[in-house]
Design a protein. Sequence first.
Length: 437
Amino acid sequence: MQLSDREWLARADAAQQGAMLKLLTQGAAERIAADWDFLARPGQRAPAGDWRIWLMMAGRGFGKTRAGAEWVRGIAEADPAARIALVGASLGEARSVMVEGESGLLAIAPHWARPAYAPALRRLTWPNGAVAMLFGAADPEGLRGPQFSHGWADEIAKWAGGEAAWHNLMMGMRLGRDPRVLATTTPRPVPLVRSLVARDGDDVAVTRGRTADNAGNLAPGFVAAMTAGYGGTRLGRQELDGELIEEVEGALWTRALIEQCRVVHVPGVLSRVVVAVDPPASVGGDACGIVVAGMGGDGRAYVIADASVAGVRPEGWARAVAAAAMVHGADRVVAEANNGGAMVESVLRAAEKTLPVKLVLASRGKVARAEPVAALYEAGRVAHRGAFPELEDEMCGLLAGGGYVGPGRSPDRADALVWAMSELMLGKMGEARVRGM
């Protein structure tokens, strides 16, 4: 966990705190209480390097607004010639969040360097002469004409003006020796955000962060409650973890489809449970996909666990399969035998000799096998009990007609899912046993 100097001091013992406080005069204590270098976590500080655009892409509550306001404050106090653009999604949001908000420029300004605010003129003026002007991205033409040395663009992922407002802002960055822009946003896969992320390492520096990083400054229990309600889902990964989650054109599964198929609990009991295995082709190669699914009394199949493992030898993944089968009371272990044949079964039985192993051979490619399973999702016949981010990322990387563009070299977890659903929904049903969940 990355801590600010203030957070570190708050966790120090009383002796350390007392020793440091003795070194401070009243004036020095007042100054350090407003010193952003003392207050900021590492992820909230401007990155080093020769960047033109700093993209801070993080979850809600990370402290993006505070970081943006402090960055602007630091520039204004250091450079009387600074001319700064403050651009919100709308002019109203620029005022209420960036300037007048709890973490806005007026709230964080120390009394000795507080800017004069003229709302009617949409302008802040610092005692040394630095000036900031407010704009709304909903009116892109308002940014045509003015020129600036710096800019703070807030929540660019929801700008109605989108790229038009951004282009007008960038064309106005022509004052001073080193014009720079900070863009703060919760990630969404809109064209503007995607184009900036693609330039990371060139003229763009990207900072990422999670809501949990700022837990010490949020209401008690907030992070735990949000994680319990949204952890692992697309919404949670985007809004809490700050991940940029993109849809792949032509994918068999979309994020929206998977979200529609998500449930918190399995109704009733499962009449049958299978553990499906996609063994890695080599030791230390791809992951071993291990997915547990069951048949509900309502006729739907439920994915109940992703027990996949990576970087282990055959005896390691075999033990993981045996553990999953024992924990979930599996009727059947379905294992692909194209790579290894009888060796796969022998490794599994070495881990647990009573495993009910069934070997299956793939006569078609991964995508061809996955297409009828994707159709089951579209028909509402499959559900996920909870969230499985790594599995779902692979599912959304399988392309209709062939090809894979998801994480890793191979969709091992997704392939195991396909075997599980094929056994439960597309093949002959075995003898039913009933168990509680």
